[in-house]
Ligand binder design. Structure first.
Ligand SMILES: NC(=O)c1ccc[n+]([C@@H]2O[C@H](COP(=O)([O-])OP(=O)(O)OC[C@H]3O[C@@H](n4cnc5c(N)ncnc54)[C@H](O)[C@@H]3O)[C@@H](O)[C@H]2O)c1
Length: 438
């Protein structure tokens, strides 16, 4: 493919060198003449293992060249990758000045070009940046409409400095967000020789994935360091702890617990977090991230109460009361807390949870229910239909497999469904469907 790369810094230089090596015809553009000269001479503008030989090979073969002319680069390529910097402003927001400038330059160059051209943002940008900042500038400067005169996409970069070339060939995945599926396919063709899972998605999702990844990486490092701090205070070798911790690829290093939804609870997680952070405080060890977990968890309940309040319905049906499906354990269940708050605010609440109903009648939790939450026992209903009929608003905490199947058909027109578990797709629900975070 014929590709132009705008911005020859860490991302742009590596991307250009690797694409040229993979047989694409690459034109690199930068506003810095020094960087252009270095690359032209086959010298790396940054310190990065193996970059220089790749650049040399690209220049020698003629598959890589550089220019300061946007017009030439756009004219002689079919696709432009924007790799300019997006540094932090003082207030933490993203600087989009370089992005805006380069979009304007590419737009002006597109004015002179008849053929369809795809513009791809590879810089890390917050959701909405491509469609709300880059797109209008491109349309204004080019006098063309997106998807007609030019295509638009996002293709975030997952390289790590120091192993950038190796990461280019072995990325965690290739993400392409685009307006038109045809454009996504074209962008993906750039990576034909790279063996990685390919995800084609929309532009905002592609933008957000990069932030989710980097936020998670930062959280992992901070988690390991906070565990390390406490280990040190306790005379435990943190590397031994984390080595064994990482051997658990079922619960620890896995997709488990990574689905957005309602708060966690139960007899272990809150208790153990409290004990851990208490021990740290007793040892004068600060664990700011772990200390923030329970307050953040409480926020999930508060936000759900507010979400329900905004619907202005008084009669509520709650599905699920135990702290997760498949158990009757009510200890520190966030759904019990939610129910308590709703009752306290005067809502007329009925609850269906078959496991808790069983426990209230027969199980070992009977005494707990009678002692701790007798008022909740009174509003438990064995019959799900009774709860649906009573409610103007249904809250889905969790559901049995049977109810997942049968509940949508029971929902009436005008009823509101607040789904905390992503049990349903909006199309399944006749009433108004509100997903917690989707
Ligand atoms: N550095 C990394 O490891 C890394 C990894 C993944 C994603 N990213 C993201 O990629 C983007 C680029 O990061 P970087 O570290 O390569 O930045 P960088 O500052 O090293 O390079 C940016 C380059 O863009 C050039 N530039 C600025 N305006 C231009 C214009 N109008 N036309 C042409 N060139 C122009 C600059 O001269 C500079 O050479 C950022 O959004 C960053 O967050 C970086």
């Amino acid at each position: 493919m014929r590709v132009s790369v705008f911005g020859l810094g860490y991302v742009g230089a590596v991307t250009s060198a690797c694409f040229a090596r993979e047989g694409h015809s690459v034109i690199g553009v930068d506003v810095d003449p020094y960087k252009l000269r270095l690359i032209q001479e086959g010298r790396a503008p940054i310190v990065e293992a193996n970059l220089e030989p790749f650049l040399q090979e690209g220049i020698r073969s003629g598959r890589l060249r550089v220019t300061d002319s946007t017009e030439e680069a756009v004219r002689e390529s079919d696709l432009s990758l924007i790799c300019v910097g997006t540094p932090s402003k003082e207030n933490g927001d993203l600087t989009t000045t370089y992005l805006e400038r380069v979009a304007e330059q590419i737009g002006q160059a597109l004015r002179q070009k008849d053929a369809y051209h795809i513009v791809v943002v590879r810089s890390t940008v917050l959701p909405g940046t491509t469609e709300e900042i880059v797109l209008p500038i491109l349309e204004e400067a080019s006098g063309k409409r997106v998807n007609e005169g030019f295509g638009l996409g996002v293709n975030p970069e997952f390289l790590r400095e120091g192993s950038a070339i190796a990461d280019f060939y072995d990325p965690p995945f290739t993400i392409v967000g685009a307006h038109r599926p045809e454009d996504a396919e074209t962008i993906a063709q750039l990576y034909e020789s790279v063996k990685a899972q390919l995800f084609l998605t929309n532009i905002r999702t592609a933008e957000m994935i990069k932030y989710a990844c980097n936020a998670f990486h930062a959280v992992k490092i901070t988690f390991a360091n906070e565990i390390g701090m406490l280990c040190k205070a306790e005379g435990v070798d943190s590397h031994e702890v984390m080595r064994i911790f990482c051997a658990d690829t079922k619960l620890n290093i896995s997709a488990r617990y990574l689905t957005p939804g309602f708060a966690f609870g139960g007899s272990c997680l809150p208790k153990d977090l409290r004990a851990l952070t208490y021990r740290a405080r007793s040892n004068d060890v600060a664990l700011p991230m772990l200390e923030s977990v329970l307050p953040s968890n409480r926020l999930q309940i508060e936000q759900t109460v507010k979400l329900v309040a905004r619907q202005r319905k008084r009669r509520i049906g709650l599905f699920g009361l135990s702290f997760k499906p498949g158990t009757d354990d009510l200890r520190e269940s966030p759904l019990v807390e939610l129910a308590e708050q709703l009752i306290g605010k005067g809502y007329k609440l009925l609850i269906h949870d078959p496991n808790v109903c069983y426990a209230a009648l027969h199980g070992s939790n009977k005494a707990y229910i009678e002692r701790e939450i007798p008022h909740i026992r009174e509003i438990l209903r064995e019959n799900a239909d009774e709860v649906v009929q009573h409610a103007e608003l249904l809250i889905i905490g969790h559901l049995s497999a049977d109810l997942r199947e049968s509940l949508p058909a029971k929902v009436r027109e005008g009823q509101v469904v607040v789904d905390l578990a992503r049990a349903f797709h909006p199309d399944q629900i006749r009433g108004e469907y509100i997903g917690l975070y989707w």
